[in-house]
Ligand binder design. Sequence first.
Ligand code: NAP
Ligand code: LUD
Length: 280
Amino acid sequence: MPAQILDGKQIAAAVREEVKQEVARLKEQGITPGLAVVLVGDDPASQVYVRNKHRACEEVGIYSVVHRLPGETTQAELLDLIKQLNNDSQIHGILVQLPLPPHIDEKTVIDTIALEKDVDGFSPANVGNLVIGDKCFYPCTPHGCMVLLDKTGIDPRGKKAVVVGRSNIVGKPMAMMLLARHATVTICHSRTANLAEECRQADILVAAVGKPEMITGDMIKEGAVVIDVGINRVGEKKLVGDVHFESAVQKAGWITPVPGGVGPMTIAMLLKNTVEAARR
Ligand code: NAP
Ligand code: LUD
């Protein structure tokens, strides 16, 4: 029997509806949550994501400002803008869309965002809090994956989870969040000796690699939950994940599609974090 679909698009819509109601309640108390998104340069994918974030904010009543800066913007100019946003009382969340042009140091930029406005959850202090289990912002993409599991009634406790990819924005925080929910977690990467063998152990398999369709059905345990974080553009328009959907759907118990899986959840979690920032 083919896998059931973890419908990110639908679950994200339900989350946005919840957020909309929370925003209405905050507004009654005189607080309008505000998000500033900063986009440097004209990367086409980033433009799509930033536009979607802005639209999602408007839909739920979050005040949203997008700062579109030219690719030649200097690091000093970008840091000045972030400092200004740090001091802007209408802005509760600040997100600098990645990747940045090569002449700008991502770490310096992220370090400049005030901790209480770091709705991406990328700053060292926030990551530290995540690791030790203190109050923090959950990075949007792994948070979205966890909510997909929760809303579907899949409890990671005691399950074997394998995360393929160890990036700071997806793989590592994903592994930490699954661990916090009592999964037994393995993290795989480009030097993992036998990736297929590791993946076949997984009750929950998360792919965040950035390699089109590299996780194939033969690498998946019968009935596993497969979460495909990958977004890869192949050819002119086609979007595929890191998982080869056609073969994986025959083995998995649950699987996320691409598009319509993790992507919309990432945006919904950004809205949630922005409301949380405003509430604090
Ligand atoms: P990244 O920073 O490029 O990290 C990729 C990870 O995959 C690295 O840890 C790398 O290992 C590992 N890797 C590369 N080739 C591998 C191989 N052959 N076998 C095993 N592991 C391998 O990417 P990212 O930012 O985490 O993003 C991953 C994917 O998710 C991309 O397609 C990205 O577009 C997508 N993404 C989607 C969302 C969303 O909302 N849906 C959000 C963020 C990212 P090493 O560390 O050893 O190099
Ligand atoms: N930088 C992100 N860079 C890239 N997919 C996203 C993303 C929505 N600072 C910062 O938003 O959280 C971030 N914070 N990221 N990403 C990737 C990553 C960042 C990726 C996909 C989508 C956000 C999304 O909406 C749609 C889907 O999967 O259904 C498809 C949209 C399309 O490309 O047509």
